[in-house]
Design a protein around this ligand. Structure first.
Ligand code: SGN
Ligand code: CA
Length: 535
């Protein structure tokens, strides 16, 4: 009797113990998976969910159709590696220290993947990171060194480097699907960072898109011939004008032979073209050869304005051509999630590390707090949480991802993270969202493209920017009346009140985020110490 009783107690506790353990396991495995898809320099103007006049991106659009399209998402510092550091740390550049593409990422920063990994998530990263050091907090990574190559790219892995033959966008996806298929631990939730190199300069599409895209003609942006009047000392000196600074050889693939015949001298290299194998080169020449021939014939009849239009069209053909492959590959990953029954419990994000100029203001590249580079595409789907087909116009930033993902995973975010979880917006609880302004600070100057250092504040109605270091210029844009940001109304007496209110608000944001003039000067000193600028 005594023993039977003991057996019963023992048996019951064992059952209780195993069922608790089981439950805990299920709890963990029920946590949502996170797929973070990011491309490099993908302008929202080149996603048909935002605007279909340039390209159709049905697979990327699907994320918005099944989820939410953010129309007011922006970055805090419109340049690659700094944006990635902000995303991983949930802290502004001046706090995480990665202010530009040059300075190293301080690996003592705490990143959200480390916290998710600790909380039981399986984590992986594939594609472009651009940090100069390997990412922490990942069970597996295969990343491109620096900017990476479009053709036959080299990947860095935890166990050494490997060169993979083929086209980078397809390969990054192959690696991602291979991990999902063969090394995903079904007992754990996962967080996957799937990061495309495309559509970064110098734009090289996949062979299957050469023909279609090089035949297309695109509508000209209304500000293609912007003369930067009212912005002479800020927008004016930037070196990213398509006519003046986009190169025929490196960017637009005119060969050395043609340039020599036309007596044109250029200094930028030939970019990714030297990474082709002979067969890839032959495929390329079949389509780009005739383009070269046509240019040779037309060049002598071109003036500045026709050359600008020709360059714009060539730029768009290759830039958008690379996006066609990104869209197809995003479709492959979404289909995989469907086929494996993972869609239901997976949050999928599509975004870019910043926006990009597609001829607006005559420009390519990014960096400015002006609209096209400040704004970034953001589409999120999360079945059973987000109402499909929702558009959200609240001001959100890349600063918000870390806290969003931590909340999704049920992990408490460190107090010093500076963003805001987007979960209330995803749930449609707009009343819980109270942000009315965002902060921006760009540092990489003097440097390529000559965009001066500036910081500023944006509300839905206005943008106030201060350019400093070798200028001291304030600009104010009325975003509703002047969405193209052509008229700096900072000195217009009608806006005096707005200026004074916004300056106060800007000071408030700088205090809140712990930025200051003295910190700005410290970062200038860093350039002096490195000899990047003179004392
Ligand atoms: C390269 C490009 C620039 C670009 C930076 C930063 N020049 O240096 O045009 O602004 O990358 O881009 S290139 O001649 O090397 O192509 S970022 O997205 O990595 O920040
Ligand atoms: Ca970028």
């Amino acid at each position: 009797m005594k023993y039977t009783f003991l057996y019963l107690i023992f048996g019951a506790s064992f059952l209780l113990f195993t069922s608790c353990k089981q439950e805990a396991k299920e709890q963990i495995s029920k946590k949502p998976n996170i797929v973070f898809i990011m491309s490099d320099d993908h302008a929202y103007q080149a996603i048909s969910a935002y605007d279909d006049k340039l390209i159709n991106t049905p697979n990327i659009d699907r994320i918005a159709k099944e989820g939410m399209l953010f129309t007011n998402a922006s970055v805090t510092n419109s340049i690659c590696a700094p944006s990635r550091a902000v995303i991983l740390t949930g802290k502004h550049s001046h706090i995480n220290g990665k202010i530009d593409n040059i300075s190293p990422f301080n690996t003592t920063n705490v990143t959200f993947p480390q916290l998710l990994q600790k909380a039981g998530y399986q984590t992986a990263m594939f594609g472009k990171l651009h940090f100069g050091n390997n990412p922490k907090g990942f069970d597996e990574f295969k990343i491109l060194p620096g900017q990476g190559d479009y053709y036959n790219p080299r990947f860095i892995t935890a166990t050494g480097d490997t060169i993979v033959k083929g086209y980078v966008t397809d390969i990054t996806t192959d690696l991602t699907l291979d991990w999902l298929q063969n090394r995903r631990d079904a007992k754990k939730p996962f967080m996957l960072m799937y990061l495309h190199k495309a559509p970064h300069r110098s734009w090289m599409p996949a062979p299957r898109h050469y023909k279609e895209f090089t035949k297309k003609t695109y509508p000209l942006p209304t500000t293609l011939f912007d003369d930067y009047a009212t912005r002479e000392t800020t927008a004016g000196p930037a070196e990213m004008n398509i006519l003046k600074h986009m190169t025929l050889r490196y960017d637009l693939k005119i060969t050395d032979e043609v340039l020599a015949e036309l007596n044109i001298e250029e200094h930028l290299g030939i970019g990714g073209l030297n990474k082709f194998n002979p067969q890839q080169r032959a495929e390329w020449d079949k389509v780009y050869g005739p383009i070269n021939e046509a240019f040779k014939k037309e060049y002598s009849n071109m003036n500045d304005s026709t050359l600008m239009v020709w360059k714009y069209q060539r730029y768009m053909q290759d830039y958008l051509g690379t996006i066609a492959a990104v869209d197809e590959n995003v479709g492959r990953v979404l289909n995989y999630l469907d086929d494996e029954g993972l869609t239901e419990n997976t949050l999928v994000v599509y975004t870019s590390d910043q926006g990009f100029y597609l001829g607006e203001h005559g420009w390519f590249d990014k960096r400015f707090m002006y609209n096209e580079s400040f704004k970034t595409p953001l589409l999120i789907k999360w079945p059973n949480v987000i109402t499909p087909g929702t558009t959200e116009d609240e001001m959100v930033q890349n600063l918000d991802f870390a806290q969003t993902f931590l909340e999704v995973a049920g992990v408490i975010a460190p107090e010093d993270m500076q963003g805001k979880s987007l979960v209330p917006l995803l749930k449609g609880e707009k009343e819980k969202w109270d942000r009315d302004a965002v902060y921006y600070h760009y540092y990489e100057y003097p440097a390529e493209h000559a965009v001066k250092r500036h910081y500023g504040i944006a509300t839905k109605e206005f943008k106030l920017i201060h350019f400093y270091y070798d200028v001291d210029v304030w600009e104010l844009y009325d975003r509703e009346k002047d969405p193209q940001e052509l008229n700096n109304v900072f000195n217009d007496p009608d806006y005096a009140q707005v200026v004074s209110e916004l300056k106060e608000k800007l000071n408030g944001l700088r205090k809140k985020y712990k930025d200051s003039d003295s910190l700005g000067y410290q970062y200038i000193q860093l350039y002096k110490d490195k000899g990047l600028i003179e004392e």
